[in-house]
Design a protein around this ligand. Structure first.
Ligand code: ZN
Length: 294
């Protein structure tokens, strides 16, 4: 080691110090890192535990919500059933209430055999607008609830350039008797042949009108060959009116001018089935009574 000299020795010593010192520093750093790692691990474990706790809580909350939803839907179903029952009951009550307020005479058949009681009169009457009257100086009335349906029909006809006028509407038993007597005075006993015998019953209801045109007038002669009659045949049902005594009926003489209000439902049904009011059983007809003014 002769070549090494002093400087070499010092360097070695220094190197030794650096190596030993380095090792100490390394140990120090390692110890610290271990501690940090342990802490971090502990923290992580804590965090994992908390996460597990939260996850459990979340699951519980979800279960709770699911139970609430089940309960809510069960409650809703119950309410639905209840609502259905209520609406059914209300419907039944509604129909019964309507029926109790609706005059069964309104849809009763009157024929050669069945007559309306002479004391019968509608509960309330409304005048028909003058523009639809054949004789402007007369006042014609109709059942208060039926009159608007007539005006709707006549105004629709007018829009289609159809000339339809009312020549007769509500007639009391007394009026009818007087009318018939006046025919008898003029025509003798033959009056029965054309003056209404049973048809008057429908006029006494206040639901029935005799229609004509300015040209055809009061004799009704040829009324069933007019555009007005064709229009009625095609459209009257839409407004709840039907021809009571069509051609070939066995209930009364043919009266193409005599239209009775039976309600839109029944009129539509008759139109669809190509049937006449008087062809139906009374029991079948009565099913439409509650809805006559709907
Ligand atoms: Zn008539």
């Amino acid at each position: 080691m002769g070549g090494m000299g002093k400087a070499g020795i010092v360097l070695n010593i220094l190197l030794g110090i650096v190596v030993v010192g380095g090792a100490s520093v390394g140990t120090y750093i390692y110890t610290n890192l271990s501690a940090t790692l342990a802490e971090t691990r502990a923290e992580l474990t804590g965090t994992q535990e908390r996460a597990q706790g939260l996850s459990d809580e979340l699951k519980e909350t979800k279960d709770y919500i699911a139970r609430l939803e089940t309960a809510l839907s069960a409650e809703r179903n119950k309410n639905g059933v209840f609502e259905n029952q209520i609406s059914k009951l209300t419907g039944t009550v509604g129909v019964l209430e309507k029926l109790s307020k609706t005059d069964p005479e309104l849809l009763t058949k009157y024929s050669k055999v069945f007559f309306l009681n002479e004391n019968y009169s509608p509960p309330a009457l409304s005048p028909i607008s003058e523009e639809y009257l054949y004789q402007k100086d007369r006042i014609l009335t109709l059942h208060k609830s039926v009159e608007p349906y007539l005006e709707n029909m006549l105004s629709a006809a007018k829009k289609d350039d159809i000339d339809l006028l009312v020549i007769s509407a509500y007639r009391s038993f007394g009026t009818q008797t007087a009318l018939k007597n006046s025919y008898k005075v003029t025509y003798g006993s033959g009056a029965n042949a054309f003056s209404a015998d049973q048809g008057y019953s429908e006029h006494q209801l206040g639901t029935t009108v005799d229609l004509t045109t300015a040209q055809v007038g009061a004799t009704f002669s040829g009324f069933d060959t007019t555009d007005a009659y064709d229009w009625l045949t095609e459209n009257a049902w839409r407004y709840g009116f039907v021809l009571s005594y069509p051609k070939g009926n066995t209930y009364y003489q043919y009266e193409p001018w005599h239209w009775r209000f039976v309600g839109k439902d029944l009129a539509r049904q008759l139109h669809r089935d190509e049937k006449n009011f008087y062809d139906l059983d009374q029991r079948e007809i009565d099913e439409y009574l509650a809805e006559i003014f709907d």
